[in-house]
Write a protein that binds this ligand. Structure first.
Ligand code: SF4
Ligand code: SF4
Length: 260
């Protein structure tokens, strides 16, 4: 979790095989301390699962639980979780005694904690992800005093991060591509709005695909259309591909104009 309180212990760079000791449970004195005064960026898949859990449309979820931001380095729209206006700026989903009330559907950032991911850089279509990890050792977090040991890879698997990162990969790719461009190459406000709709407002994007001229303009195979009609995750990943083709001119062969 990206905590606004500054970390008092300098982070140490880790790889997937690095071991660390950590365990979080209801018995720790600091239970739920990390769910207050935080800055949690939500991924597209987080929004998909959280809005389903809360039985809201993506539009309703965005209005009630999020705040729009611009990610400075990439100059791209993101959304963060809106905190309560209480004394400790608590997360709306935390309860003192029981902890996270949406635990099964908690955001990716909460799953990573206490691991952070280092900056990614984009090194071309064939390039590897330049990724590293570190522990976010905040003084109030007593989980590091527990005896359970993990590698970073084991932690990611245990917390369901691998699955989420796989779904969000196309979104991360768009962010990293944009970040790698010179700062002077800006996306238009209209492009940012479209990016926002595809990545964070899945219901609006579905409406755009199926109730506009979209499918008349592009030659999309019928089985793919059937897939994205039924499956929100596939629709989201289709959206990432379309954004990559329209904003960054990559993979345009998947979005050929329909012959009349
Ligand atoms: S041990 Fe760390 S992660 Fe767990 S509740 Fe305490 S502060 Fe949060
Ligand atoms: S979503 Fe759950 S785990 Fe994440 S900050 Fe809120 S209460 Fe804590």
């Amino acid at each position: 979790m990206n905590n606004q309180k500054t970390s008092e212990i300098p982070p140490q760079q880790m790889s997937l095989n690095t071991r660390f000791k950590f365990r979080c449970h209801k018995g720790v004195k600091c239970f739920t301390d990390c769910c207050r005064g935080i800055d949690i960026m939500l991924t597209p898949y987080d929004i998909l699962t959280m809005r389903r859990k809360l039985d809201l449309t993506s539009e309703e979820f965005l209005a009630v639980f999020t705040e729009p931001r611009i990610l400075e380095k990439a100059d791209m729209p993101v959304v963060t979780l809106k905190l309560l206006d209480d004394e400790r700026n608590s997360c709306p989903f935390v309860e003192d005694k029981d902890g996270c009330v949406i635990y099964e559907d908690r955001p990716t950032t909460c799953r990573y904690y206490p691991i952070g991911v280092g900056a990614l850089s984009y090194s071309g279509e064939q390039g590897d992800k330049d990724e590293f990890f570190f522990t976010v050792k905040e003084a109030h977090c007593l989980g590091f005093e527990e005896d359970k040991e993990w590698t970073v890879a084991e932690w990611r698997q245990d917390q369901g991060i691998d699955l989420r990162d796989a779904v969000n990969e196309g979104w991360m790719d768009l962010m990293v591509r944009k970040k790698s461009l010179p700062a002077s190459m800006k996306l238009s406000e209209e492009s940012k709005k479209i990016f926002f709709m595809v990545c964070y407002n899945i219901d609006k994007f579905r409406d755009f695909v199926f109730n506009s001229s979209f499918l008349k303009r592009y030659d999309i195979p019928e089985d793919r259309v059937a897939d994205i009609r039924e499956d929100d995750v596939k629709l989201l990943q289709f959206g990432f591909e379309w954004l990559k083709a329209t904003l960054f001119y990559a993979g345009q062969e998947n979005f050929q104009a329909k012959k009349s």
